[in-house]
Design a protein around this ligand. Structure first.
Ligand SMILES: Nc1nc2c(ncn2[C@@H]2O[C@H](COP(=O)(O)OP(=O)(O)OP(=O)(O)O)[C@@H](O)[C@H]2O)c(=O)[nH]1
Ligand SMILES: [Mg+2]
Length: 293
């Protein structure tokens, strides 16, 4: 039998459940997930390899229609690239998604030669008649696509989706070694976990103005010592992150440490610092500093 391998890019609007799906498909909590839109900022690869196939999944930022900052433009560029370099495109939508046939993203999907799988997510909260309507809508908008409804959260129909994806992979030798399962470093994964906790703990402005960098990651055998810097875009945000007598940042530290421990399978010593980097998300040098190049 011929080996199948290819790039499977998950694209769609913010908050539809792309990162939740990536984690289910690869069976690891790799991408961070929060109830807020625009959680994911970079492309994240998760790779599944078996004797018969290798699927290189790619989580992407949600497409933003009106980019307000250079960071948003960068995030959208990730989506454009993902449209071009995929062997299979998983277009994810949910009941709140109002994308229609006149949207440029949908028009691209109509014209593209890459196989498209439309995933209607959150079936666990969609009434049966609404789901039927959505299936009718997407069948008429993207007639060549395979359409499937799932619940990424409750893992309903996700095995079936996985099989559709594998069936759509081209015949090709594997791109990565057997033991490579992501392109993310341990440092980046730890930084993302801290960012997830900030998204969970603060409302509105703060999460969208925060970036995290792990500047030291030392595996000392039975414990890993991590030092991370939380960057904010404004001086006033610094005191909010720290909280009264350091209570807020302490909570971020506790929550993040627990998750990093689960991930690393080791005890973690986590130190957090806060620094101001004025207006970083609209500034070329600031973006470059955080690797948005
Ligand atoms: N009810 C329900 N909620 C879901 C499902 N899948 C994801 N969610 C929730 O939807 C929210 C967004 O999930 P994410 O996976 O972060 O969505 P995303 O598309 O990666 O979002 P961005 O990174 O902002 O583009 C979270 O609160 C998830 O728990 C689902 O199948 N059912
Ligand atoms: Mg995401």
């Amino acid at each position: 039998m011929s080996y199948r391998s290819g790039f499977v890019n998950i694209i769609g609007r913010p908050n539809v459940g792309k990162s939740t799906l990536l984690n289910v498909l690869i069976g690891e909590k790799l991408s961070i997930i929060t109830p807020k839109a625009q959680t994911t900022r970079r492309r994240i690869l998760g790779i599944v390899t078996t004797d018969q196939y290798q699927a290189v999944f790619s989580d992407t930022p949600g497409l933003i229609d009106q980019p307000e900052y250079k960071l948003h433009q960068w995030m959208n560029a990730q989506v454009s690239t993902a449209l071009k370099d995929g062997d299979v495109l998983v277009f994810m939508t949910d009941p709140k998604d109002e994308l229609n046939a006149d949207h440029p993203l949908i028009q691209t999907l109509q014209q593209i030669r890459t196989p498209v799988i439309v995933v209607i997510n959150k079936s666990d909260i969609i009434a049966k008649n609404v789901l039927e309507q959505l299936i009718i809508k997407w069948t008429s908008v993207l007639p060549k696509a395979t359409i499937i409804s799932i619940s990424a959260l409750q893992k309903i129909n996700t095995d079936k989706l996985f099989q559709h994806i594998v069936d759509a992979l081209p015949v090709h030798p594997p791109y990565y070694d057997n033991d490579t399962w992501t392109d993310q470093t341990e440092r980046v994964i730890a930084a993302e976990i801290v960012r997830e906790k900030i998204f969970m703990q603060y409302q509105q402005e703060i999460p969208y103005n925060v970036e995290v960098i792990v500047d030291s990651y030392k595996d000392k055998g039975d414990i890993i010592a991590i030092s991370a810097v939380i960057y904010v875009g404004r001086d006033s945000h610094k005191s909010i992150i720290i909280g009264k007598s350091g209570s807020a940042i302490k909570n971020i530290g506790i929550a993040a440490r627990q998750d990093i421990e689960k991930f690393a399978g080791k005890k973690i010593f986590l130190e957090l610092f806060v620094k101001v980097r004025e207006n970083w998300k609209n500034d070329d040098r600031g973006l470059k500093h955080f690797g948005y190049e």
